[in-house]
Design a protein around this ligand. Structure first.
Ligand SMILES: [Zn+2]
Length: 333
């Protein structure tokens, strides 16, 4: 489904100006990689530019006119010169070679409306290696008036040969004042979650809407309770099953990243949810053990595509956490 959003995100403006200038000069790259952390609106930017490319007469500011038949078709997700590929089932699942082959076929056809053909891969870093490699030939000999947009959080995960053929459009988290101002207007309750979201406003908004804050604070409380021997890893794991393993690990990584900032830099923890417990934890864990534990969590995250028993994985990570924090805790006594 392709939905056109009319409320533009203010932090897109600098990169938007560059894209609009390429279009005005008739020098649109054949392949564009829109790259940035989650929650910056990468897909929205790509779809907005696709609308410009597909519109009969874009406005002077580079926007699609929203009035012509082609703009209507694109808004309805039925423009024949627009093609988008997403993971088939699970949004975090792989994008497979068959999907990319169909996309390449689309790019090779001639345009139905005599203009650009625009294809999106979202997220491109979910392409299997075979899928990514199958795009190479198309990028080496790009078809006329075809534009491929790759949307990626971790561009480095794509083969270097593919990356080198894309124009990089890098989105950065906006300055804090801009992000806070925008959230104040759209979702004030998310302002306090901005740091947790790595400065990405849409992610902070998603956290606020999903009740992430409560879960995050609860997880930090559990980490502390396990270190202090007030809570058994097995029982804690029971309470967390059902949240979804991917989300749970993401929460754990957020908490550990905050903890690492405090432990490695010896700085005070900022005013974020769970601050007091994090501060206590930062006194209890040794930095090299924290580092090793974070690596273990990353390793677990890498195998999430495999069928895993949610409770056992959480239990295992809680037990490892207790072990990781044990030495320093016993020193302190
Ligand atoms: Zn139009």
């Amino acid at each position: 489904m392709i939905a056109v959003q009319n409320d533009h995100l203010p932090w897109h403006q600098p990169v938007w100006d560059q894209l609009a200038a390429c279009h005005r000069r008739g020098r649109v790259p054949h392949a564009i990689a829109v790259v940035g952390i989650a929650g910056l609106g990468k897909s929205r930017l790509a779809i907005r530019f696709a609308q410009t490319l597909l519109c009969v007469s874009p406005r002077s500011d580079g926007e699609g006119c929203s009035q012509c038949r082609r703009c209507h078709l694109q808004a309805a997700g039925s423009h024949p010169d627009h093609y988008a590929v997403y993971p088939e089932s699970d949004p975090s699942g792989p994008i497979k070679i068959d999907q990319i082959r169909r996309l390449i076929e689309f790019l090779m056809q001639s345009s139905q409306y005599g203009g650009y053909r625009v294809a999106l891969v979202d997220p491109a870093d979910n392409m299997t290696l075979a899928a990514a490699n199958s795009l190479l030939k198309t990028l080496e000999e790009p078809p006329e008036a075809a534009v491929l947009m790759l949307i990626a959080r971790q561009f480095s995960r794509l083969p270097a040969t593919l990356r080198s053929r894309c124009r990089l459009v890098q989105l950065q988290p906006p300055p804090a004042a801009l992000a806070r101002g925008w959230l104040a207007e759209h979702c004030p309750e998310a302002i306090g979650l901005l740091q947790l979201a790595g400065g990405a406003p849409l992610r902070a908004m998603a956290y606020a809407q999903a009740g992430t804050e409560e879960r995050y604070v609860a997880l930090i409380a559990d980490l502390l309770a396990i270190v202090e021997g007030r809570r058994a890893p097995v029982l804690a794991a029971q309470d967390w099953t059902g949240v979804g393993l991917r989300e749970w690990i993401e929460l754990l990584q957020l908490a550990l990243a905050e903890l690492a900032r405090a432990v490695f830099t010896q700085c005070e923890i900022a005013h974020i949810p769970g601050r007091a417990d994090l501060q206590t934890l930062s006194q209890r864990i040794d930095h090299s053990r924290l580092h090793d534990y974070m690596e273990e969590v990353v390793a677990t995250r890498r195998i999430l595509d495999q069928p895993l028993n949610e409770q056992l994985v959480i239990e295992d990570l809680f037990i490892r956490w207790r072990t990781a924090a044990a030495v320093r805790a016993s020193h302190k006594r």
